[in-house]
Design a protein around this ligand. Structure first.
Ligand code: AMP
Length: 283
């Protein structure tokens, strides 16, 4: 496995792989890798001959006052994990290598980036779209893998690739969870023992909406209220949003079915902001 930090070197290495006729996959990450990331790497391994993983804590998707500095970083451990997964190339640029000091053009996500996460974090998806566009441009993959853990991010990026005619196929991977249901996240290390125990309330709330839906409840507001009250019943948790939305447009729904619906929750547990989501099936 190669580890490279410069865009030029990456272009060269990927160019060689392409000349050898290899199918190229990209898995963008911010590092502090866990089994959620590795599930995407293994999906990429299955569908491509040359797998690139980027490890880059992207400053432009953090607002001032968010956790950019505190974000967990352990590149040596990440490299070990990716080596064991059979990754071909790890791209670990510095911020300076990634962004010219006078760079000013950014990619606007449009309305899909303004709701939910975008309502609380207004510049977040602009940063995500910009860095992903740059990573796609540098690594020119056939396939790019993203987790459903960041469900809105996946929706925004699918839309971006469609609207900008970017020559890549976006592939989504399911949320990987701890044994008790908590969605794996690099930010879970921020949680104290009590907060870690409280944090499963997000998944419990999503599951309660799923059960109601499977039992025949079609009123999306009833489902959303059920999620919200369950999260609110946990003293350490504070709800940011708990909604039932169209799975593609992310617009809030009045009723669920027949179009696919998604339950989405963001909540603070102690000082840590957590997000989770679940498909709400109608049978
Ligand atoms: P991050 O390092 O948090 O930017 O995540 C990199 C990629 O891994 C994104 O596409 C995330 O959606 C995905 N990811 C993070 N956590 C999980 C998880 N628990 N299950 C599946 N994918 C995940």
């Amino acid at each position: 496995m190669e580890r490279l930090g410069s865009k030029q070197e990456v272009r060269q290495a990927v160019g060689e792989a392409r000349r050898e006729g290899k199918r190229i996959a990209l898995v963008p990450t911010m590092g502090a890798l866990h089994d959620g990331h590795l599930s995407l790497v293994s999906a990429a391994r299955e569908r491509a001959d040359y797998v690139v993983v980027s490890v880059f804590v992207n400053p432009t998707q953090f607002a001032p006052g968010e956790d950019f500095e505190a974000y967990p970083r352990d590149v040596a451990r990440d490299i070990d994990l990716l080596g064991a997964e059979g990754v071909d190339l790890v791209f670990t640029p510095s911020s300076e290598a990634m962004y010219a000091p006078d760079a000013e053009v950014m990619v606007e996500p449009g309305p899909l980036g303004a709701v939910l996460e975008g309502a609380t974090r207004p510049a977040h998806f602009r940063g995500v779209c910009t860095v992903v566009t740059k990573l796609l441009s540098i690594t020119t993959p056939d396939l790019a893998f993203f987790g459903e853990k960041d469900y809105q991010q996946l929706a925004v990026l699918r839309r971006m690739v469609r609207d900008l005619d970017l020559p890549v196929k976006i592939v989504g991977g399911p949320v990987v969870r701890e044994c008790d249901g908590l969605a794996m996240s690099s930010r879970n290390v921020y949680l104290s023992r009590e907060e870690r125990a409280a944090a499963i309330v997000l998944y419990r709330a999503l599951r309660s909406a799923e059960t109601l839906a499977l039992d025949g409840e079609r009123d999306a507001h009833v489902l959303a209220d059920a999620m919200r009250s369950l999260v609110e019943s946990e003293p350490l948790a504070e709800v940011d949003y708990a909604v039932v939305a169209d799975a593609i447009t992310l617009q809030p729904l009045d009723t669920i079915g027949p179009a696919p619906a998604r339950g989405l929750i963001a909540a603070r547990v102690g000082g840590t902001r957590l997000i989770d989501n679940l498909s709400l099936e109608v049978v």
